[in-house]
Design a protein. Sequence first.
Lengths: 204, 563
Amino acid sequence: MTFTNSAELLSFHWVAYSIYAAMIISVVAWFGYNLTKKDAKSVFRIPFYWYMAFLVAGGVGHHIFTYNTIPWVSQDIDRHNITPDVKYEFEIKDHKWIGLPKQIVIQCGQTVEFDVHSRDLVYGFGLFRQDGSMVMQMQVNPGTDVNGILDSNDILWTFNHNGVFDLTSTEYSGPRQYSEDGKDLMLVKDFVKVVGCKDNGGIQ
Amino acid sequence: MSYIHTLINGTNFDHKGLNALQKVTLRAVVMAFLFYGLVALEGMIMRMVEVGHVPLNPLPEQFFHPEHFFSIMTVHPIVGIFGSTYQLVFGAFTFLVPYLTKKPLYSVKLANWTWILITAGTALAWVAAFVWQYAPLYTLYWPLPADTHQFNVIGGIVFIIGVALIMVGTLGFIYNIYATIFARVGIHKNKTTKELLISGFGIDGFLNLINKLRGKQPYTKEPALALPVVAIFRGTVDTFLDALVILGAGILILVYLLFDASGHALDVTAIDALLYKNFFWWGLDLVADGLVLIYVAGSWYLLATLITGQKLFMENVARAALMLELLVSWMVWSHHLLGDQGQPEMMKLISGEMVTAFELLTQGLALFITLVTLWKARPLKMTMELKYLLGGLVGFGLAVPAAIIQADMGMNRVLHNTQWIIGAHVHIALIVGLYMTLYSALYVLWPLVTNNTKLYSHKLANTHFWLHLIGGIGMGAFMGMAGLDGMLRRHLYVDGQFNPDMIFAAIFGSMLLVAWAVFLYNIIMSVGIKGLIGIFLPAKDATASYGIEEELEPADDPAFANA
């Protein structure tokens, strides 16, 4: 099992957490009801050490599961040893993107490096589908090294589905990111276009 | 009895019969619930903005302006966490520590200064946002709070002074609590500081467990401090460290603002933004993942024992686990920085993922011990305090896993800074988990703190319970769903892009606001307007303890001073 994009992951997460939420609410409600009954019997006994083992397995197993099913985790950890197919580098200053092309076109399956620098504040870099759901994001911290070179905020991403994605800053950097009537001034419509994938994802 | 008579005089509340400890407790509680109303109103305003310009939205246009919207977002957590939650918790512990240790509070005067300083500080921070629209948000990411191109310098200075006053008040609370615990009076007359320290850190519980495994006699059969006091002792360590970090950040921002105001602006790039984030999140996370979880665990243990009248199940394990929780809370801050590419990968893995996952263990343990303690004592009457306690358990049962899921490098890439974390985790943890635990404590302490004042209406108390529970879970759930749909948490949406999620979140949010109004009405009708005012009048009875023979406050006891 592998999630090929964040939409699949978020759908899975929605279902899994909803089931868990319904379960925990039901268990406590059942527990509360039976607390008032004199003859209530345990439906099943949970030995303490099994319960603790279950919690440990849940905590650790969650990370093992995501590491093996979400492709961007290992790619992110090892990104400095991976040569991207394409690299895009740009800056942000005064709530404006600098050096940003109008649109970038990415071939399906290409691994792209986005390297973003901030000249003043903490911003974010996030791509969103047309329905508003998030493709991915990272924080963009300002700062320079000892030679005055702006710090990198780099991320590798492999696109496996066709689509047109909007860009905006995902971190609050003050009210000047918006016009007086509340429009996001850092929103770049249709910034990324991915082509060449099969209808259900993957390279043609 | 006429309605007006009850409104003015309450049921049978007599503020003149309250001693100094009861009065100072109630003052903090009253302020906490007034701030809660303000924070609920702020939350509803923001929610209605996110609903957008849709027909029937009654919100005036000014709230849709970014300066106004983010000013509210800046003070919302300040008022909610410090003005309301801190005050409520501090008020309750100011009463509980003397009550449980059977000693007088170290200083009622200091306890009065605590609520006055936190109230004044919260009000100042609110004024800074309201008047000058100072809006760097509670995260204070460097260099935004010192960005005088966007924010007014005076507003920034007033805001920082406000937060500093809150932290000074917090330090006053901490001093009072430790001075009370370590006071060698009453039942602790013959205890040494070392014995109290060992008990406070839960080492006695740990040694008892070791001795049990080795087949030896317990290290101690009667620990010096009761388990809830141990939790307060332990959680207050995090409260102290957090206060130092926030004060430190405040001083840094204040220096920059003062230099700017004098016309000699300092270079903001002298401070590394990522290093600052690490420093700030280490401290701030001691609230979310430190003192809240420890205080809550201690409160559950106390409530379970008071409700059942029985000993806590696995008390030694609970004592030792509180120590583990403290250590865990110092090492988990990197889960806030999983989206920061400059953060070392090892810190993300160890602090952000692995150690954070331990919270599932510590909180799961507290849940288990509380449930088994209740179960062993059945049948129990479904009292208000038991109902609220179960509500609190549901809240953390939902909220802790929601956070553990996101404290993962894979999930964080698509959930960081979305409404998922602030809705499904933070709001459910605070509104359902923490507040329902605190309401349970309030109903347990109500007869003690008010001298058995009759509650005006149990129907209203029940109405409050259901509105709060359903409203809290519903609002958090729909915010969380909006987060999964891509809605950011610190972002302005004015066109209703995330409806119908936001409409449902607003409907459930309004239930919370109504719940608060119902609760406040019930309390006012119980104590009466005269009683409410009387709480703030000086106490004729200067006793600083409850349920023991009158003793001098240690702060005023010459024998103690010379000891």
